[in-house]
Design a protein around this ligand. Structure first.
Ligand code: NDP
Length: 449
């Protein structure tokens, strides 16, 4: 609910302009609702049109991506790059290849990224991109041809000081490798224009683990501060079994938790003895198979053919690490009923607005993704620093910096939420702390965009 007239008008206008962009509108509303006290204390924000500007991308690039499949047939997909906000640094944010990708999804992710990158304390603006291309079931050569065609357009819009894309759903080391190869060929330069690269050509140790590990560093601090406890001996559910999920599960386990369930887009596995993570890695990272294969080695585990039901299993901590809006109102009620004490988001916007309200109303410690999953982009920032310095830091050096960044990030979010509310609502803290730096930079730079 928005009360302030200026904020209300900004939201109504964006709603009228983009009525079909439901994910984008959801993300904008969630941020605007929490910015009211800041807007009321600073008349400059309205005078300088900061909110109108912050909800409109600086540039939205849409392009055709034609490529040839293994049968010699031409296929066509749509490519996007949303350069959302460059007030505090070059645009930075991942590329997503998934059939559900459209302008709304890319804009919501770019908008969220602006605040997330600001929260890391590093100098990175917000951006996001991708395509409705589905890598699932494609051969390596098809993926290479798609990536080459995608980069043949994208290359003219990016650069190490302009816009530095990375991976996201459906874009891992393999795709980043093909994209980088094509960028290098067209531009004839070897620069840190992408992050999430393989170690052989400028990648950073610790980048693969960063989002999942960072999520757990943040969550550990949140549990200590808000609940007087930690991961030790807790039963944890992690949704998804991709990059974020696997390394979140690994770090939570290292911190003493038992991971009892994980999922993919087809269903979930429940293993009350604790999930065998090595096996999950083998199934998902090496063989690229369905999570159901887990049963072949552990026939006593349970497989359920519906990934959304994963939240019906009783747990202490829930880590949604799959995709947007995967945890709805009903799932939130089940988590409350089953005694869950904390929900921390590894994915972007995995909880629906109603689910979030239920967490807050029931005193569940809730970490919004734009704060708790910032570890990935933070280490991408560290990868950019290493590329510029022509140096490689050790895994421990990167991991130590990541831990410091996530703990400082928690402190900033927590202090801001104490300033503007009771300290427990970290959504308010994350949105306001992320907004303040971008807002100040926009004021100082004049009406640049
Ligand atoms: P991956 O492509 O590596 O993995 C996504 C995982 O989620 C897969 O296991 C996929 O299953 C599963 N999945 C997809 N849809 C559903 C669903 N509806 N229910 C259950 N599982 C589902 O992506 P990432 O791990 O990189 O990204 C996951 C989330 O984290 C995204 O929201 C992303 O934006 C966010 N994120 C990622 C960062 C990163 O560094 N990678 C950084 C910050 C945020 P299947 O195998 O069947 O496809």
């Amino acid at each position: 609910m928005i009360n302030n007239n200026y904020v209300k008008t900004v939201y109504k206008n964006i709603q009228a302009k983009y009525p079909y962009e439901k994910e984008f509108l959801q993300a904008v509303l969630e941020v605007l609702e929490t910015l009211e006290p800041v807007v009321e204390n600073d008349a400059q924000i309205e005078k300088l049109g900061i909110l109108e500007r912050i909800v409109e991308p600086e540039r939205m690039i849409t392009f055709r991506v034609s490529w040839v499949d293994d049968n010699g047939k031409v296929q066509v997909n749509t490519g996007y790059r949303c350069q959302f906000n460059s007030a505090i640094g070059p645009y930075k944010g991942g590329l997503r290849f998934h059939p559900t990708v459209n302008a709304s999804v890319i804009k919501f992710l770019g908008f969220e990224q602006t605040f997330k990158n600001s929260l890391t304390g590093l100098s990175m603006g917000g951006g996001k991109g991708g395509s409705d291309f589905d890598p699932k079931g494609k051969s390596d050569m098809e993926i290479m041809r798609f990536c080459q065609s995608f980069m043949t357009e994208l290359y003219r819009h990016i650069g190490q000081f302009t816009d530095v894309p990375a991976g996201d759903i459906g874009v891992g080391k393999r795709e980043v490798g093909y994209l980088y190869g094509q960028y290098k060929r067209i531009s004839n330069e070897f620069t840190g224009v992408l992050t999430g690269k393989a170690l052989e050509f400028g990648g950073s140790l610790g980048r693969t683990e960063a989002t999942g590990y960072g999520l757990c560093y943040f969550t550990q601090k949140m549990l200590e501060t808000l609940k007087g406890t930690n991961f030790n001996d807790k039963k944890v559910i992690v949704s998804g079994s991709g990059n974020v999920a696997i390394y979140a599960a690994q770090k939570a386990k290292e911190l003493g938790a038992k991971i009892i369930a994980m999922s993919d887009s087809c269903g979930y596995i429940y293993d009350k003895n604790g999930i065998d993570l090595q096996l999950i890695k083998n199934i998902k990272e090496v063989k690229r198979e369905r999570i159901k294969e887990y049963l072949k080695k552990y026939p006593n585990a349970i497989y359920v053919d519906n990934c959304r039901d994963i939240w019906s299993i009783p747990c202490d901590i829930a880590l949604p690490c799959a995709t947007q809006n995967e945890l709805d109102e009903n799932s939130a009620k089940l988590l409350v009923k089953n005694g869950c004490i904390a929900v921390a988001e590894g994915a972007n916007m995995p909880s629906t607005p109603k689910a979030i309200q239920i967490f807050i109303d029931n005193d569940i410690a809730y970490a919004p993704g734009k704060a708790s999953n910032a570890g990935g982009v933070a280490v991408s920032g560290l990868e950019m620093s290493q590329n510029s310095l022509r140096l490689s830091w050790s895994f421990d050096q990167v991991d130590q910096k990541l831990k410091e960044i996530m703990e400082n990030l928690f402190d900033r979010v927590y202090k801001t939420s104490q300033k503007y509310s009771d300290g427990k609502n970290l959504v308010i803290g994350a949105n306001i702390a992320g907004f303040e730096k971008v807002c100040e930079a926009m004021k100082i730079q004049g009406i640049a965009y």
